[in-house]
Design a protein around this ligand. Structure first.
Ligand SMILES: Nc1ncnc2c1ncn2[C@@H]1O[C@H](COP(=O)(O)OP(=O)(O)O)[C@@H](O)[C@H]1O
Ligand SMILES: [Mg+2]
Length: 266
């Protein structure tokens, strides 16, 4: 990026180029090119139906892609399912979390990827590592990794899901509306954790339509408008009003989609 500037910007770890996706006759994503940088929180914002979740599912391999490219560490990749994404180092945390209530925190963090030796589960080692990750993320609200997930609050559940991504040495984490169902204090915890992930060098993609969340933790903001990237801006150069305008009309002053493109999308 900014070749001549003073600021050193790392290469994107994950990129899409001109990604297109239709469901039947309805085109949901139009030439979507988005970059994710290590150590940064990229907020992906957009109105309901803008295509945010569809975009995430294209990266996860849950949705197939009609055309365009996904690039990982500079090279084109094809991801067929979330397992393949995880093998690259990409994890996904959804609003409706896939955690099992009847299992402990440790069991959830290792679900499907348990450590075994001679056919036996190595519980002590898994518990120790789960504890290490939670401590490393300064998570102090969870008393024991043997606690059942059923007994956790919404914020703690998000925390466990995020810690799971860290446990598996992910390099990029997608969080789709992680605070949507949370109260003020729990939102605070999750946002702190999101920031810490980026400070630890991960590329974080935060999908949200909560402007407070975005202004608080994002480094960059990408606005999707009816399936098109309306603008990509640095958070520190942007106001809430501007982001809201980009979300609702695809334009704000001299940034965003041209009038013709914005109206053509409708
Ligand atoms: N599996 C699907 N089949 C048909 N249409 C879909 C499917 N998934 C999403 N869509 C449509 O794609 C559009 C974008 O949805 P979505 O990506 O969920 O938006 P967002 O997450 O930004 O609210 C919506 O019009 C939605 O109805
Ligand atoms: Mg969505």
């Amino acid at each position: 990026m900014h070749g001549g500037g003073r600021q050193v910007v790392a290469d994107p770890i994950l990129e899409t180029r001109d990604l297109n996706k239709s469901f039947g006759a309805v085109q949901v994503l139009h030439d979507v090119s988005i970059s994710v940088y290590p150590g940064q929180v990229t907020a992906l914002v957009g109105d309901n139906g803008a295509g945010k979740s569809t975009f995430v599912k294209c990266i996860a391999g849950i949705n197939s892609i009609d055309s365009g490219e996904v690039r990982w560490q500079g090279k084109p990749v094809t991801v067929h399912d979330p397992r393949e994404a995880a093998a690259l180092g990409i994890e996904f945390v959804y609003q409706d979390l896939a955690l099992a209530d009847n299992l402990t925190i440790t069991q959830n963090m290792y679900l499907g990827r348990e450590i075994r030796r001679g056919g036996f589960l190595v519980n002590g080692e898994m518990e120790r590592k789960a504890r290490e990750v939670l401590t490393g993320l300064s998570v102090r609200t969870v008393s024991s990794v043997r606690q059942l997930v059923a007994s956790l609050s919404g914020g703690q559940r998000q925390t466990v899901a995020i810690a799971k991504a860290v446990l598996w040495n992910s390099k990029v984490v997608f969080l789709d509306e992680p605070t949507a169902a949370l109260g003020v204090a729990q939102t605070r915890q999750v946002l702190d954790l999101v920031r810490r992930l980026a400070d630890n060098g991960l590329g974080v993609v935060l999908i949200s339509h909560n402007m407070n969340d975005v202004m608080e933790v994002a480094d960059r903001v990408v606005a999707l408008y009816l399936g098109r990237v309306a603008a990509e801006v640095s958070r520190s150069d942007t106001s809430v009003t501007q982001i809201v305008e980009l979300i609702t009309t695809g334009r704000s002053g001299d940034i965003g989609l041209s009038r013709a493109t914005a109206s053509e999308s409708i």
